[in-house]
Write a protein that binds this ligand. Structure first.
Ligand SMILES: NC(=O)C1=CN([C@@H]2O[C@H](COP(=O)(O)OP(=O)(O)OC[C@H]3O[C@@H](n4cnc5c(N)ncnc54)[C@H](OP(=O)(O)O)[C@@H]3O)[C@@H](O)[C@H]2O)C=CC1
Ligand SMILES: O=C1OC[C@@H](O)[C@H](O)[C@H]1O
Length: 363
């Protein structure tokens, strides 16, 4: 938000951080100091309001949109309060703990005619548009399977840390799972469309392992996605917080006439390469060589942003244009992810503490 959008060739929108809300005034002030210092800017810092409660932030009339970046356990309560106060909301992944909470917030945003979006930054990165373009060009034929993975080693974190703590809705699935899910969704769901019609929930077969704190340490799930031509295609989602994904491959796409590999990290891919064969027969022949191969690389930090800038630009454009949801990250796809995650947790017999799963979870 603090990087001038023109440095990434964006001239139609700009951003201003007008206020920061925290559970204490000291931590709000500390946050502003550290973020402005890290960004290397001084402009605008003195004007930023530092609130010692979220409710004060939600009632600031200068605020157009709230970014909710609290632990997953608290998204439902924080977003509910922000929407109830009449604010547009961008909320970090995973949107909520479960699908009923997501559905309730989506309904609240629609009832109040407010913009609402899950913050999945990967969707707005140049990588995501390019990989879809290449797949849709048919260069590797029809997609017959996709494997997507994000594992990270969080075993050194304390039991109280939000990643391992059930009371903060820890675990691999809610924290890391949205990224392999996003890769599957980008390649195996019909083109994104905003609509209140629900999407069919893919069939799920999942296995879940737990940490000593009782949250999921790893999940492997096979999902079946119906395609426009009637075919059923498998996507596998792997996520774990006790090991690391190989740096060369976090997504593998098998086509009838070739394949495509994506370089880690799953949330911000560095590159992808496709290998295309002359025919279906050649693609199935281990001794045949591809007739075409191309690598697309993505700068790790173009114009000094990690990649969140593109997501912020999308939010600004939606607000400017009076849109209540993003066509690139439609609410029904967020709901679908939460429905799939609920089914994975059900099959893995994994529930969060009762109060986190309810619709009246208080702050
Ligand atoms: N898009 C991305 O790349 C990333 C997204 N995330 C997402 O961001 C969200 C937050 O993750 P992260 O920043 O690591 O989380 P932290 O544990 O660092 O918590 C963030 C802030 O939440 C506030 N908070 C509100 N209620 C609580 C509570 N009960 N316990 C602890 N903190 C609370 C605190 O701020 P305060 O005390 O000031 O109120 C805290 O500093 C998650 O949804 C996560 O998935 C995380 C990392 C990267
Ligand atoms: O969103 C995220 O992306 C990077 C991970 O390391 C982090 O835990 C997660 O919240």
């Amino acid at each position: 938000l603090l990087v001038d959008p023109t440095t990434r060739n964006v001239t139609d929108v700009k951003h201003q951080v007008v206020a920061v809300g925290s559970r204490s005034a000291e931590s709000a002030a500390k946050f502003v100091d550290s973020v402005w210092t890290e960004a290397g800017v001084t402009e605008g810092k003195d004007q930023v309001k530092r609130y010692g409660s979220y409710d004060e932030l939600f009632s600031d009339s200068n605020v157009d949109c709230i970014y909710v970046g609290s632990p997953h356990s608290h998204h439902y309560a924080h977003v509910h309060a922000a929407l109830s106060a009449g604010k547009n909301v961008l909320c970090e992944k995973s949107l909520t703990v479960n699908a009923p909470q997501a559905a309730a917030l989506i309904q609240l945003a629609r009832d109040k005619s407010l913009f609402f979006m899950e913050a999945v930054w990967t969707r707005f990165q140049p990588y995501s548009y390019k990989v879809q373009e290449v797949i849709r060009s048919g260069v590797i034929g029809d997609v017959v399977a996709v494997q997507a993975e994000l594992c990270a080693d969080f075993t050194s974190q304390s039991d109280e840390h939000r990643l391992r703590n059930p009371y903060l809705a820890g675990g691999a699935l809610l924290d890391l799972g949205p990224y392999p899910w996003t890769q599957l969704a980008l390649l195996l769901l019909p083109p994104s469309k905003t609509s209140t019609d629900p999407l069919p929930v893919p069939k799920v077969a999942a296995s879940v392992l737990k940490t000593s704190t009782g949250v999921d340490s790893s999940v492997v799930a096979a999902l079946t996605f119906p395609q426009a031509d009637g075919r059923l295609v498998h996507g596998t989602l792997t996520t774990a917080q006790d090991r690391q994904t190989a740096h060369t491959r976090c997504v593998f796409v098998q086509g009838t006439k070739g394949y495509l590999e994506v370089a880690f990290p799953t949330y911000r891919p560095r590159a992808f390469t496709y290998y295309a064969y002359d025919s279906v027969e050649q693609a199935g022949d281990p001794s045949a060589a591809p007739i075409k191969s191309e690598t697309f690389e993505f700068e790790p930090r173009p114009a000094d942003i990690w990649g969140f800038g593109w997501e912020a630009d999308e939010v600004a454009r939606c607000l400017r244009d009076g849109k209540k949801e993003s066509e690139r990250m439609p609410l029904r796809e967020t709901l679908l992810m939460m429905q799939v995650f609920d089914e994975i947790r059900k099959q893995g017999e994994f529930v969060y503490p009762e109060e986190l799963e309810t619709l009246d979870f208080a702050q």
